[in-house]
Design a protein around this ligand. Structure first.
Ligand code: SF4
Length: 310
């Protein structure tokens, strides 16, 4: 069979479903390629992770006997068949990301945060779904897509596999600081990580004791490598956003502002995001009220004037 693939979101991030579908069909002897609208296919798979806010649907016509659409951008109830889900991904589809393995060791999350689709899509219980060797074959980096691996009853086995791999591990969806125990922290300390991510999404949650406790347990001594996502534009006030940002910074973490539904966010929130996430600015300007979006430009102009006077 001739199989065509369409990554509706573009090729900015590898699409795991398409990589697994590609590997599955290639193993069956099928021809697999990126969809070419000058050709005809037996099956075309269209995969879309993002919804309309962040990505447009594919607008062209699709020449195929069967067109199969999947991914969160098309709804929450479509899933890969088990046999495809557990196929080693075809990383060759995205040569620009060579050297990195992607997938899930666990699925689901018990928290049920209102802005998050994981509970509905994957379930309100975290369960182990794979062992590392199912999708890792010695790549230097592992990007884990797990929603809440620390909530998984099999955390010890899964974190142990990551530690034993020696690969650099990126917990892309963050770790749940409330679930860190001395035993879990000890295993996290054995995993090679470029940066650890946490989140402080809800300002009503008092996470300060958990973050303080983690500092006592972690081997990551560089605060720039202890990043915390701060969700904004989801019911929090500007003051609550700033409180989380300042508190995290003062405790020894690196806050990173995420904006829910960015197109609807107030200008003040976007400005705050530019200030916090541009680390040069954030470390140069201690207080948001002193932040001027033209700061860098003015700084450069001032440098230029000073140089001209010399
Ligand atoms: S803790 Fe994270 S993964 Fe779990 S529901 Fe909340 S945002 Fe989603």
């Amino acid at each position: 069979m001739k199989i065509g693939l369409i990554d509706v979101d573009g090729h900015r991030f590898p699409n795991l479903c398409l990589m697994k579908l590609s590997a599955y069909h290639k193993a069956r002897g099928d021809t697999v390629e990126w969809y070419d609208d000058k050709k005809w296919y037996d099956i075309v798979y269209m995969s879309r992770v993002f919804t309309d806010t962040y990505s447009k649907d594919y607008a062209g016509s699709v020449k195929a006997y069967h067109v199969i659409k999947g991914g969160t951008g098309y709804g929450l109830d479509n899933k890969l068949p088990d046999i495809v889900e557990h196929t080693h991904p075809d990383y060759g589809l995205y040569p620009q990301f060579a050297g990195t393995a992607y997938s899930f060791l666990s699925r689901g999350c018990p928290r049920g945060c209102g802005f998050c689709i994981v509970g509905e899509k994957e379930g309100r219980k975290t369960v182990a779904v794979a062992d590392l060797d199912e999708f890792w074959g010695g790549e230097k980096e592992i990007k884990l897509l797990d929603a809440n691996i620390l909530a998984c009853p099999d955390w010890e086995r899964l974190l142990g596999q990551l530690a034993d791999s020696g690969a650099e591990v990126d917990f892309t969806q963050g770790l749940d600081v409330r679930l860190v125990t001395p035993e879990k922290a000890a295993l996290l300390n054995k995993i090679h990580t470029k940066m650890l991510h946490f989140a402080w999404d809800n300002p009503e949650d008092d996470l300060i004791p958990y973050f303080k406790k983690f500092l006592e347990l972690t081997a990551v001594k560089d605060k720039r490598k202890r990043r915390v996502y701060v969700l904004t534009n989801y019911g929090s006030t500007h003051e609550q956003d700033l409180y989380r940002i300042y508190t995290l910074r003062d405790m020894g973490y690196d806050p990173y502002v995420m904006i829910y539904e960015k197109p609807t966010a107030p200008e003040e929130t976007r400005r705050m995001q530019r200030w916090v996430n541009n680390k040069w600015l954030f470390h140069s300007v201690k207080d948001f009220k002193d932040y001027d979006p033209n700061y860098m430009r003015k700084g450069k102009q001032a440098e230029g004037l000073a140089a001209g006077r010399r």
